[in-house]
Write a protein that binds this ligand. Sequence first.
Ligand code: SAM
Ligand code: DTB
Ligand code: SF4
Length: 342
Amino acid sequence: MQLAVDKFDDTLDAASARGPRHDWTRKQALALYAAPFNDLLFAAQTVHRRNFDPNRIQMSRLLSIKTGGCAEDCGYCSQSAHHATGLKASKLMAVEAVLAEARKAKAAGATRYCMGAAWREPKARDMDQVVAMVEGVKGLGLETCMTLGMLSGDDAARLAKAGLDYYNHNIDTSESHYGSVITTRTFQDRLDTLEKVRGAGMKVCCGGILGMGEGREDRVDMLVTLANLAEHPESVPINLLIPIDGTPLQAAAKLDTIEFVRTIATARIMMPASYVRLSAGRTEMTDEMQALCFFAGANSIFAGDKLLTAGNPEDDADAALFGRLGLKPMVLEDAAGRGNDG
Ligand code: SAM
Ligand code: DTB
Ligand code: SF4
């Protein structure tokens, strides 16, 4: 037993001595992921403390600026036009309406505002409106994030110029599981957009969803792809599938909680300076599960009672949880200079 622990310590020391790594093999990542749970969590918390204040959580707020009717067939999504989910589609919101929501989010303590659209990619005719949203939200003193689907190099450059700090574009799962979840685009399409986002100088928010019928090796492969990008994504959202009636994944088997926590801990170790976000699915998590995730290195959440179309814990519930755990929301000055988010 002791031998296993020593070997694990060696692996970790080797991992951290060379700084953030981009050359993970599946075997190395799987060895971390599958280590005795106490060793894994201790290591993840150690790495976390070297890079962040362990008791501060970054808070983002989400707004769906264009809901439903999406051309893509993502098997988990309420907004795909391919699935009969009963969701009412709506048009792109007016800029002023978005700014009114962003002001409320700021007053409620958010430091980052994330705007999502149910698009395969933005159309040329929508870009002026989207750019005005970025400029307006940025002008309120919030960090800006958007998720609009695939981007051309020109779109990415325009968004960056308007002041968009982050672009969210998830790889969602492993390359080998991808085709069982989405058929209207490829894993490579996602990587191509991520490169354009980087090329335009924006920060990357990229993660995935757990509990979509994938295996442990798929979860590990997803983390290997993220950690082996030329630069680690500054934010790594880890979503727990919210099963939506009418989608192909409506009856997916529930993921073991410990597997979820292992994924968070492994992400923390492999991408030591990234914000690891405990994202969708918190309404189904106990306080104890969320506490374990924070101990494992998650240091960001979506706050507010709505995600894009699905529910999220009420502010009161999060405030009570933070009180029990002695956690504090991060303010923008905390975020500057911590992690790789400087
Ligand atoms: N259309 C854009 C795109 O797909 O990139 C942006 C919006 S999309 C809803 C953003 C992300 O939300 C997805 O990539 C997926 O990871 C996550 N997501 C969507 N539906 C979900 C669900 N039911 N459960 C958990 N995560 C979900
Ligand atoms: C991410 O990884 N999760 C957020 C955000 N990026 C855009 C979205 C979660 C969506 C959950 C399902 C819904 O609200 O429809
Ligand atoms: Fe469209 Fe995004 Fe939903 Fe896929 S996840 S169907 S791209 S809104």
